[in-house]
Design a protein around this ligand. Structure first.
Ligand code: ADP
Length: 702
């Protein structure tokens, strides 16, 4: 044998030896350890030069690197949690309260003195166990037979049931089965005086947590019961409690998740489901594929180095459409406490217990989450911020954070309130504060460059509105409403999109033709239907609006909603479209600073809409003065805090006719050239007959 070959063999033996030791000390569950050892056995017989060797080596290496039993201990101090949430976030009172309630329930469940039911027909054994367990600070109840045990289980809740197998009438296996059916969270431990592998396997197969042989060793009884109690508490404390933060980008969802992790003293992991196209990204690839990898869930747990992190699954509402495989069932397996204690990643091929992870999911619009998943979530809505809130958050949190991150702590530039207002109004247009933070970071970077590159003294530099313009260039956004004139056939509407509220302008034009309705502007099907309903209502009630009854006889009508980037669907633009048509057909200009949101029925009634807060915030951002909303949204409106509605004149209406006077100007002062003409329609036009039309279907908005 050559020297080279010998040293190669020695190296391989050393690698196998190291791995064997790593498997032994990895604290993996016994069944996983068995598989790992089997793989190792195979590996020791495989030549290191083959591809199989590398695959096997990587696999075992991955198995031992997972935090199978490595958990951080929860810090269940609610006051500390409250302090951390407050320190990191301005406002969000209701959101914080709900998070704290959620944690309080978790703490109560975890701190409750565990209850154990001891079932044994032998009095001495019963008394013995009662004595041992009471000393361990458990609440212990005893039952002398199976019948008595079932009665006691019906009367109150137990974390652990410790039952003898052999008993008269109702035996331990029947107790186990009843418990599994009716109280699935309760852990059942079997005691047997006739311990044989068969009876033990049988009870474990039927769902027993463990079994103990008589005569039992006190320490092993204590240890098994402790494990059972821990297991029960970890499933119960996460059960039915997947928190879902729903709201537009930049409203603090991620940072709340991080704060919860910090408050609990847990690690934080996060993946975005948004761009995922394949189930394998969640569950991993089977090892038979070349270049197979574990899924993102297991990979992030490994990276976190803890089996109980706070795990954030971002954009759960974006998954599904073009996803290969069944996204709902893959995610249910992850999120459902009934299933996630034995999550199988295809690469690992052995179950991994996800039950002690605290999952938090985020979505832009909770309604877009698949129903089976949404049912298991506690949705907490986060909406956009008012300008005042944005200013406060900037001065208290974003500016200090960016000064620190951009290395300017020694110079502390001071941002004035006016400078922040200028950034908000002229350089951002968003519900949240993501871009605002980016612009503040931009300014800080420019100040840093001035110092380092141009040697400028930046001590106590003041960032004023002029400085903002100097650093960020000319303004990016204008108040769309305030800067434009009133026009015939153009109305202002409010829609609710994934990024928060937006204002839209509905334009209507008429031309000679033969009763065609053309709809353009990336409208979804529901919005197209709203347009048809609006036209039909006006046709059937033309005289009510002083419009000639036969106005549609020799004409075509075109409705266009510009801003192609905003996906538009949902019924809430019905009233806006109808008023644009009435404006067009009566020749009365529509007030641009009056924004409308309301669904229109064929009988002219205005139905309630969603996303009220987002829409009102969008109206204020755009410089709208008056908002017209459905009367049926009165309660929602009353529930909004005053600072959201401040400076807005809100009108609640029940019928379309009521909106006409609020929006249309009787005395037209528009010059002819400003009237809409039939020329210059955009391409990409969908021609619609009143009976048939085709529209695109963008994402759900309202
Ligand atoms: P999301 O996850 O909703 O998109 P983030 O959590 O990433 O939003 O928030 C964007 C930025 O805004 C982060 O720096 C975050 O700390 C900050 N932020 C958001 N809301 C608040 C708030 N209420 N108080 C302080 N900072 C906030």
């Amino acid at each position: 044998m050559s020297i080279f070959k010998k040293s190669e063999e020695r190296l391989q033996t050393a690698v196998i030896g190291d791995l064997r030791q790593m498997i032994a000390s990895s604290k993996m569950p016994p069944h996983v350890q068995q598989i790992a050892n089997k793989e190792l056995e195979l590996l020791s017989k495989t030549s290191p030069t083959t591809a199989e060797y590398t695959i096997g080596l990587n696999y075992i290496d991955y198995l031992v690197s997972l935090p199978w039993n490595k958990k951080t201990e929860d810090n269940l101090d609610l006051e500390r949690a409250e302090r951390i949430l407050n320190e990191r976030h301005h406002g969000l009172q209701k959101v914080k309260e709900r998070i704290l309630e959620h944690l309080a329930v978790k703490i109560l469940r975890t701190n409750k003195k565990p209850r154990v039911l001891v079932v044994d027909d032998e009095e001495i054994a019963r008394k013995n166990l009662e004595h041992i367990l009471k000393k361990e600070n458990y609440t212990v109840v005893t039952a002398a037979n199976g019948v008595d045990a079932l009665k006691k289980m019906e009367a109150s809740d137990f974390d652990v049931v410790l039952t003898d197998i052999r008993m008269e009438k109702v035996n331990g296996i029947e107790v186990l089965e009843k418990a599994k059916n009716r109280y699935p969270d309760t852990k059942v431990i079997m005691i047997t005086g006739y311990a044989s592998v068969d009876s033990a396997i049988e009870t474990i197969k039927r769902g027993a947590f463990h079994y103990i042989e008589k005569p039992f060793k006190v320490d092993s009884v204590k240890s098994v019961i402790k494990q059972a109690v821990e297991k029960k508490l970890s499933t119960v404390s996460t059960k039915g409690s997947v928190l879902c933060f729903a709201g537009p980008p930049g409203t603090g969802k991620t940072s709340l998740g991080k704060a919860i992790a910090e408050a609990l003293g847990r690690k934080f992991a996060r993946i975005s489901l948004g761009g995922m196209k394949d189930e394998a990204e969640i569950r991993g690839h089977r090892r038979t594929y070349a270049g197979a990898m574990p899924g993102r869930i297991i990979e992030e747990i490994r990276r976190a180095g803890s089996a109980n992190p706070v795990f954030m699954l971002d954009e759960i509402d974006k998954i599904g459409q073009d996803f290969r495989g069944d996204s709902a069932s893959a995610l249910l397996e992850v999120l459902d406490p009934e299933q996630n204690h034995s999550f199988i990643d295809h690469y690992l091929d052995v179950p991994f217990d996800l039950s002690s992870i605290m999952f938090i999911v985020t979505a832009n619009i909770a309604d877009n989450i698949q129903e089976a998943l949404r049912d298991r979530m506690e949705v907490i809505d986060l909406s956009g911020y008012t300008e005042d809130e944005k200013t406060k958050i900037s001065l208290q949190y974003l500016v200090p954070k960016q000064i620190n991150e951009q290395g300017l702590s020694d110079w502390s530039p001071q941002f004035t309130v006016d400078a922040i207002s200028k950034i908000i109004q002229e350089y951002t247009r968003e519900a949240g504060i993501r871009n605002l933070e980016r612009q503040i970071a931009n300014i800080c970077r420019k100040i840093a460059t001035e110092h380092v590159h141009r040697k400028k003294n930046i001590q106590n530099i003041k960032v004023t509105p002029d400085q903002v313009e100097k650093y960020l260039g000319t303004r990016k956004y204008y108040r769309e409403v305030a800067d434009e004139e009133n026009r015939i056939g153009v109305t202002t509407g409010l829609v609710w999109t994934e990024t928060g509220g937006e204002i839209i302008f509905v334009e209507a034009a008429k031309m000679k033709g033969n009763k065609q309705l053309t709809l353009t502007g990336s409208l979804g099907n529901v919005m197209c239907e709203s347009a048809h309903a609006a036209l039909s209502y006006i046709r059937s009630n033309a005289l009510l609006f002083n419009i000639p009854e036969n106005f549609f006889e020799n004409q075509d009508i075109h409705i266009h909603v510009p801003a192609g980037a905003i996906p538009k669907d949902g019924p809430s633009s019905g009233a806006t479209i109808a008023i644009a048509l009435i404006s067009l057909l009566t020749g009365k200009p529509a007030k641009r600073d009056v924004a409308i949101s309301g669904e229109l029925t064929l009988s002219g009634r205005i139905l309630p809409v969603g996303g009220l807060k987002e829409k009102i915030l969008a109206a204020r951002r755009a410089g709208v003065k008056v908002v017209v909303l459905p009367l049926k949204n009165k309660v929602d409106l009353e529930n909004l805090s005053n600072d959201v509605k401040e400076g807005l004149d809100v009108h609640l209406v029940d019928r379309l006719e009521e909106i006409v006077d609020l929006v249309l100007i009787n005395n037209s002062s528009l010059s002819e050239q400003k009237k809409p003409t039939s020329k210059g329609h955009s391409q990409n036009v969908a021609i619609c007959n009143p009976s048939s039309y085709s529209c695109s279907s963008p994402k759900k908005t309202d």
